[in-house]
Write a protein that binds this ligand. Structure first.
Ligand SMILES: Cc1cc2nc3c(=O)[nH]c(=O)nc-3n(C[C@H](O)[C@H](O)[C@H](O)COP(=O)(O)O)c2cc1C
Length: 191
């Protein structure tokens, strides 16, 4: 597959087989992520790979966070559904900006600027992960519903910084069609 074909073939996968992923494959995927461009080449990322017996703990913590949010009367969107995907996927990779701060803390203008740049860099790294996973025969899901259990997961992961997203990885057990996109004319303007 060339790059354009790989971009077009990628789908969010929410059903996985329980076949384990070899560690070398995981290393190749994270290495692809780490090759992304980054503002000032800061490489503002850490990837925490959760697999095996730790998955059940991770899902328990995610569900505790969702329950706590509900108890506070907060909306939890599709978080329970996403927790089910995490339960099924053989691997979840958490992506953290070690120099970032939790979004609800006050940021100075300089911190905001760095944060916006770093988040773009991390987005590029995550997209590299998804494309590398596809090339290696794996399905993936980019997940921000982990924010519904933000503090609980950060504490459990024992990582300092800002949790940006998580990515579920596994051999796909579904083959969804392409989800709709806005027509190009709606999102592009040539001047
Ligand atoms: C930043 C980001 C966060 C997302 N968070 C979730 C999530 O928490 N749970 C989920 O099921 N899908 C999540 N998705 C997947 C989107 O729903 C999906 O990309 C979109 O519907 C388009 O489908 P496609 O990826 O198959 O093209 C996320 C995608 C992105 C880019």
């Amino acid at each position: 597959m060339n790059v354009l074909e790989a971009i077009a073939a990628r789908r969010s996968i929410r059903k996985f087989k329980d076949t384990p992923i070899p560690d070398e494959t995981l290393s190749s995927i994270v290495a692809a992520a780490a090759q992304a461009p980054s503002g000032k080449n800061r490489q503002p990322w850490r990837f925490v790979v959760v697999k095996g017996g730790k998955r059940a703990e991770m899902v328990r913590v995610m569900r505790e966070g969702i329950a706590a949010a509900k108890a506070r009367g907060e909306e939890t969107g599709s978080a329970e559904w996403t927790a089910k995907v995490m339960e099924q996927a053989p691997v979840t990779v958490f992506v953290i900006n070690p120099k970032g701060m939790p979004p609800w803390l006050a940021h100075s203008a300089g911190q905001m600027f760095d944060d916006v740049v770093d988040i773009q860099s991390i987005g590029a790294a995550i997209q590299n992960m998804l494309l590398a996973a596809g090339e290696l025969g794996l399905g993936s899901l980019w997940m921000c519903d982990v924010f519904y259990a933000y503090e609980e997961l950060c504490k459990w992961l024992d990582e300092k910084g800002e949790l940006i997203a998580a990515v579920a990885l596994g051999y796909a057990d579904e083959a969804p069609s392409a989800r709709p996109r806005k027509p190009l004319g709606e999102v592009m303007r040539i001047v």
